[in-house]
Design a binder for this molecule. Structure first.
Ligand code: ZN
Length: 371
């Protein structure tokens, strides 16, 4: 394993953060890129990365890694260090207020224009050419803040990968995945290996989150070039929501790491007998059908349904209680669907989103991701 340090722009004299990437196998074949805790306060992925590293060390010692596997166990050292009044705030950068998982750079048109004269009828050659040009464009993009240098480095490590897994978590939730619709055929076996109950599909959900920045180049280039050149969907990029923020246990992380290794072996990056794809336990639904449940009033929040429940439209999920007036407000599901995520806070502000139910119909429009 080759450990590489990538210094970020120093935000102040005497201060220097870095990203650390662990490189297994060798370039030339398929490449998988896995990063943990891009939201610095979402820790299940970091423990999965720890278990993955041990498994990868053993596979490397046994000479079984046939592809290239890059693991970034701490994808956001900036957010990881943000404590304010003893609260860990790893989702938004304190300097700018920006979400660490938004605003990844888009080099699609520039790269398309640069490589067009060299594209041809060989899809594989087109993929290699586009990957080289994209990586060069990402690395050459100017940055002038620590946050931008972190985003650029993460993109530089991942943008030429066949498989990108971005390990996150929700507040209290079932394991679920986000991927772009053109990735679903490649994502379906991953969902089965991970035992994920739900995959939320969207195309260009808004504000360029990391996973979409890695996958969208391919379908956008395919659209750009039309039928002039064959451009396949050459990157499966997935945000893996590893349940809830407090689901940080060796039992879960070890099982998740094993399932990721099984998937990589099934894909051919690790030698040995391919495992059979497990029976799926979930399905894919439109992100536009994942309905946020808002509280219209403030009060003490208590849930009357557990995550994992299949609910009907109109079913009560939670109560919001004003202890001064004794008023109890029922929060109901707007659709039939899977109650898959809820907040861990037990006080709701007026207008706060406190839970999510995944229906089957695409209802919402506009930007589909939350803050
Ligand atoms: Zn996250």
């Amino acid at each position: 394993m080759n450990l590489v340090r990538h210094p970020l722009i120093s935000p102040a004299p005497g201060t220097q953060r870095e990203l650390v990437s662990l490189h297994y196998g060798k370039p030339g074949g398929q490449k998988a890129y896995i990063q943990a805790s891009l939201h610095g306060d979402e820790l299940p992925g970091m423990l999965v990365a720890h278990h993955l590293r041990q498994r990868l060390d053993a596979l490397e010692a046994a000479g079984q890694i046939t592809g290239e596997i890059v693991l970034v166990p701490v994808a956001n050292p900036i957010g990881l260090s943000q404590f304010v009044l003893h609260a860990h705030l790893g989702r938004f950068e304190l300097t700018t207020g920006e979400n660490f998982n938004r605003h990844y750079p888009d080099q699609i048109e520039a790269v398309a224009a640069a490589v067009e004269p060299q594209l041809g009828n060989d899809a594989k050659a087109n993929v290699a050419l586009l990957r080289r040009a994209l990586k060069a464009a990402v690395e050459a993009a100017p940055v002038d803040t620590e946050l931008q240098s972190q985003r650029r480095q993460l993109m530089a490590l991942s943008c030429d990968a066949d498989i990108v897994l971005d390990l996150h978590c929700d507040a209290q939730a079932l394991m679920h995945l986000y991927t772009e619709t053109p990735c679903w055929p490649d994502c379906e076996p991953l969902a089965a290996f991970l035992g994920s109950r739900l995959t939320l599909l969207a195309q260009d959900s808004g504000d360029n989150p990391f996973d979409e920045a890695c996958s969208q180049v391919w379908w956008k280039w395919a659209k750009h070039f039309g039928n002039r050149f064959p451009i396949p969907q050459a990157c499966l990029s997935v945000t893996v929501e590893l349940r809830g923020a407090a689901d940080v246990t060796h039992e879960l992380a070890s099982a998740d790491a094993k399932n990721i290794i099984d998937f990589l072996r099934w894909r051919g990056l690790i030698a040995g007998d391919k495992p059979a794809v497990p029976q799926a336990v979930g399905d894919a639904r439109p992100l536009a059908g994942s309905m946020p449940i808002k509280s219209p009033v403030a009060g003490v929040l208590t849930f009357v349904k557990e995550v994992g429940a299949e609910v009907l439209a109109g079913e009560v999920l939670a109560h919001v209680i004003d202890p001064i007036t004794a008023r109890v407000t029922e929060l109901k599901s707007p659709v039939d669907g899977l109650f898959f995520a809820r907040d861990f806070l037990r006080f709701a502000n007026a207008g706060m989103r406190v839970a999510k139910v995944a229906g089957r119909e695409a209802i919402r429009t506009g930007k589909l991701l939350g803050a």
